[in-house]
Design a protein around this ligand. Sequence first.
Ligand code: GUN
Length: 279
Amino acid sequence: MAVRIDGKRISKEIKEELKEEVKQFKEKGKHICLAVIQVGEDPASTVYVNNKKKACAYIGIESQSYELSESTTEEELVDLVKSLNNSSNVNGILVQLPLPKHINEDRIIRTISPEKDVDGFHPTSVGRLWIGEKGFLSCTPAGIIQLLKRSDISIEGKECVIVGRSNIVGKPMAALLLRENGTVTVAHSRTKNLKEITKRADILIVAIGKRQFITSEYVKDGAVVIDVGMHRDEEGHLCGDVDFADVEPKVSAITPVPGGVGPMTIAMLMNNCVETVRR
Ligand code: GUN
């Protein structure tokens, strides 16, 4: 029987630890504040933003909410981010993505001060990650490392295969697994013989955005499978990039969707917010 890696439990554990740490910072007069910016009213973004604000409240972090209209200009958003960069009351800045099409996302990300970049998306944060310097880690990959560590799954010397090469998950995931001394392969949509490569994996991380794409034919007996996908099946139930029912009997450990990687992303965002005052 495969172990189901319980992201809900592990994220709760991390949030409890952070809550205690924040309490101790408060006793020393150190306050933490996260600015959360949403442009427009995309319903999925609203759910994510609300969950982030709720997590802040739970842990004892102040959240400042900026709900801007869809018609906000790039210049207006740049000005807001710059003013938050300069505000000594604000520790972290989060601009919820995606932004409306008329705003250059890349420019906004680069405007956030790397010292307040709690998403870890700024090129400075990305560079620090790859050279092993201290900096903010991208939340989803950092959450996956915590899932593995807190499930006593060692990474050192393991064949780690990542399917997907996005800037938010695949690429930073490769850097983090490398840092943990894994042997890392990044496969993607142009990869030939994908099955041959994924079958080598001791640890398989799937972030391709295709519903239930990875079946048992793609995995080695006893592998550890981490599913970053989030979709709805024909019946409207949440499911991942991995065909869970088909893959689970073959593997040693697997993350469910929901309740696997998802809850970890917010826990690691909270960790990055606390990191702003640890420094
Ligand atoms: N949109 C989807 N995921 C994320 C995330 O992790 N951070 C931000 N800022 N926007 C997102």
